[in-house]
Ligand binder design. Structure first.
Ligand code: DOR
Ligand code: ZN
Length: 470
């Protein structure tokens, strides 16, 4: 009989669309065996987790950890501690730090800062208006994906013109790396906001008026055309509207390699919450109507939306609590509360646990080239495991969050279902709702396992030539 480092015994293991009552063994950084209870052999430590569920750790491809530049809002240690508490074993971190991750220099600085991470990570490089010459450097320095801010948000990075986007897409397509889009069209919003501000309109709901859903519909459609032309793989971040589902779906039908995500705030909140939450609810893109959130739930369940992420965007309470909506910072922390909120949805019958595993772990792993080392529970895969207690009740309190962002629209929200242990490559980083002491620095950049084959244009001159030659 084999000897393992540890065995989890008695839990339901959920992965790849099935739930099985089996034991799970870990040796070193990997899953070493799966099988009927009591059949896996011996281990240095056996954890009886009868009645619990084991799922592949969540992979959140959209977090802002703020370092360098704004570490008073968050840093790589606090941010990844929040992830570990939230059952998240891999995160992808966004480039709107100060300085932004726009060239080799900033990427190598960020890699050094990320050495204190508790969970595994990818790092985004920026695809901006004025750094096209830096893309090669970012690629060779190990950017794991690219971020394109088609609309303005925190950091005020200028949105690239369509011309710059096309150049960038062409270049990045050759690597196969995915380009994540903040898909809101800057020029529409700038004019709308200016008019509203000039008219003295500065209440929370005016933020939504400045960003009607056409900003997302136009941006998703335009990006999909560029992706189709170049073969670039793209990902639509934080889907907030019913309207943008149509261009997303149409692009998928045309064969564009496009994925989409939504976040808990667009599932749980709507326009009826603006009065109660005031400027706390301000986020880009904005929370929209109840009808939007119903359509987003449907799209998450039917596969139009591929994954759930958080847009974890911590700010201080003072930065959020401005009376004038245009002065309040956008976004809020989310990496720690996503799983409890979504498990609550599982308990309420809004989504199955199997499908939650798909959208929180398997699909992001596949879309960003980490599968089958991550996003799956199978022998030989990374032991990135979250043990879940589906009965555990908690109340979200910003003061208790491990993020530095101590303000959330989910304050006092009651959740049922919580990640009680988080294991990253075989090591506990969270145990019994406490951060483990030796978790700092355990996180590793995913570059060595990431595989993104070069992308193939489906509608460019190049593709047409290829067809003609046949
Ligand atoms: O509300 C937001 N805040 N949306 C974003 O896209 C960026 C984020 C931030 O960095 O604060
Ligand atoms: Zn974001």
């Amino acid at each position: 009989m084999k000897h393992h480092d540890l065995i989890f015994s008695g839990a339901h293991v959920v992965s790849g669309g099935v739930t099985q009552l089996i034991d799970l063994a870990i040796q070193g950084e990997k899953i070493s065996a799966l099988g009927a209870t009591g059949t896996l052999g011996s281990a240095k430590k056996i954890y009886d987790v009868t009645g619990k569920y084991i799922i592949p750790g969540a992979i959140d491809v959209h977090v802002h950890f703020r370092e360098p530049g704004y570490s008073y809002k968050e840093d790589w240690h606090t941010g990844t501690q929040a992830a570990a508490m939230g059952g998240v074993t891999t995160i992808f971190e966004m480039p709107n730090t100060s300085p932004p991750t726009r060239s080799t220099v900033e990427l190598s600085e960020k890699k050094a800062l990320a050495k204190k991470a508790c969970v595994d990570f990818g790092i985004y490089g920026l695809l901006g208006e004025d750094n096209l010459d830096e893309l090669d450097g970012l690629i060779s320095e190990g950017a794991n994906a690219f971020k394109c801010f088609m609309g303005n948000t925190f950091g005020n990075l200028p949105s690239p013109s369509t011309g710059a986007m096309l150049e960038g897409f062409e270049k990045i397509a050759q690597t196969g790396l995915r380009i994540s889009l903040h898909a809101e069209t800057a020029s529409i919003m700038a004019l709308r906001q200016k008019k509203l501000e000039e008219a003295g309109k500065n209440a929370p709901l005016h933020h939504l008026d400045a960003r009607p859903e056409v900003v997302a519909i136009e941006a998703v459609s335009r990006a999909a055309v560029l992706a189709e032309w170049t073969g670039a793989r793209i990902h639509v971040l934080h889907i907030s509207s019913a309207g943008e589902l149509r261009p997303l779906n149409e692009a998928k039908v045309r064969g564009v390699d496009i994925t989409g995500e939504t976040c808990p705030c667009y599932l749980y909140l709507d326009t009826s919450d603006y009065k109660r939450l005031g400027s706390i609810i301000r986020v880009n893109p904005p929370v929209r109507t109840k009808g939007d959130s119903e359509e987003i739930w449907k799209a998450l369940n039917n596969g139009t939306i591929d994954m759930i992420s958080t847009d974890h965007a911590p700010h201080t309470a003072a930065e959020k609590m401005k009376r004038n909506i245009w002065e309040a910072d956008c976004g809020f922390p989310g990496v720690e509360t996503q799983m409890p909120l979504m498990l609550t949805a599982v308990n309420n019958g809004k989504i199955s646990l199997e499908h939650y595993v798909k959208v929180s772990s398997e699909n992001p792993a596949r879309a960003f080239g980490l599968w089958p080392q991550k996003g799956i529970i199978s022998v030989g895969a990374h032991a990135d495991i979250t043990v879940v207690d589906m009965q555990k009740k908690e109340i979200i309190k910003a003061a208790n969050l491990h993020s530095r962002g101590k303000i959330t629209p989910f304050e006092n929200f009651e959740t049922t279902g919580a990640p009680i242990h988080t294991v990253v490559r075989g090591r506990f980083v969270q145990r019994d709702r406490q951060i483990c002491k030796n978790s700092k620095g355990h996180g590793k950049q995913v570059t060595d396992i990431q595989k993104m084959p070069p992308a193939r244009p489906i509608n460019s001159e190049h593709a047409i030539e290829h067809v003609l030659k046949k």
